[in-house]
Design a protein around this ligand. Structure first.
Ligand code: SF4
Length: 216
């Protein structure tokens, strides 16, 4: 495989966040190493389906990142952001693709969305009640993220929200869902569905030993 080995996390200059084009960048910088892709991808933002999303994002960020009110951004939860994005885009019909184990949380979300004027549909990952053996899987329980996606496709939801789908199921859901989709909850059974806590805690001694072993 021909790789340019991009490693932005090791960059010391982070020129892409500045307007100074004289700042040196690593040889592996994707801006330089993949220069041929820049105009090709920029062109894609002119496609109507992408333009609508990026304009929705831009309008939302203009509200959140208000230079006259720097504390404004601290008041926007992800739930607020999803609702505002949907309002900006004129989206009325929202779908929740939920893990069966997070139906309680999804009900809370559904109630909030409905209280804010949205029409809300929700589909559990266990929908379909398929015998796992019929899908060539061992065990006695079968989550069906492909069906979850196809139901929401057929329901023609404007925006789908993923709630706690397991890793792998989320991949299949995204592969088969044709509507716009955004995650709200990423399942993390150890950390109350707050996976970034593992990264922050990797800096303390207990978690450093757990994640970064010296004997490798
Ligand atoms: S894109 Fe280039 S300049 Fe930006 S962080 Fe990555 S390597 Fe650094």
């Amino acid at each position: 495989m021909d790789t340019k080995n991009p490693k932005c996390v090791q960059c010391r200059t982070m020129r892409c966040g500045t307007t100074d084009k004289d700042v040196p960048v690593p040889v592996s910088c994707p801006t330089e190493a993949y220069a041929d892709l820049i105009s090709e991808t920029t062109e894609k933002y002119h496609r109507p389906e992408n333009k609508a999303v990026i304009q929705g994002w831009h309008t939302l960020m203009t509200k959140i990142l208000d230079p006259k009110n720097p504390r404004e951004k601290l008041s926007w939860t992800r739930v607020d952001q999803i609702m505002e994005y949907a309002k900006i885009r004129g989206m009325k019909r929202l779908g929740i693709a939920t893990c069966y184990a997070l139906l309680f949380e999804s009900k809370l979300l559904s109630d909030i969305l409905e209280a804010n004027g949205f029409e809300v549909l929700s589909v559990s990952c266990l929908c379909g009640e398929v015998n796992p053996q019929d899908a060539g899987i061992e065990g006695n329980i079968f989550c069906n993220p492909i069906l979850q996606a196809e139901v929401l496709n057929r329901e023609r939801t404007d925006l789908n929200i993923m709630v706690g789908l397991c890793i792998g199921h989320d991949i299949l859901f995204l592969r088969h869902c044709t509507g716009e989709t955004t995650p709200l909850i990423v399942k993390d059974r150890a950390l109350g569905h707050n996976p970034v806590a593992a990264l922050y805690m990797s800096q303390n001694n207990f978690y450093k030993e757990r994640f970064i072993r010296d004997d490798r």
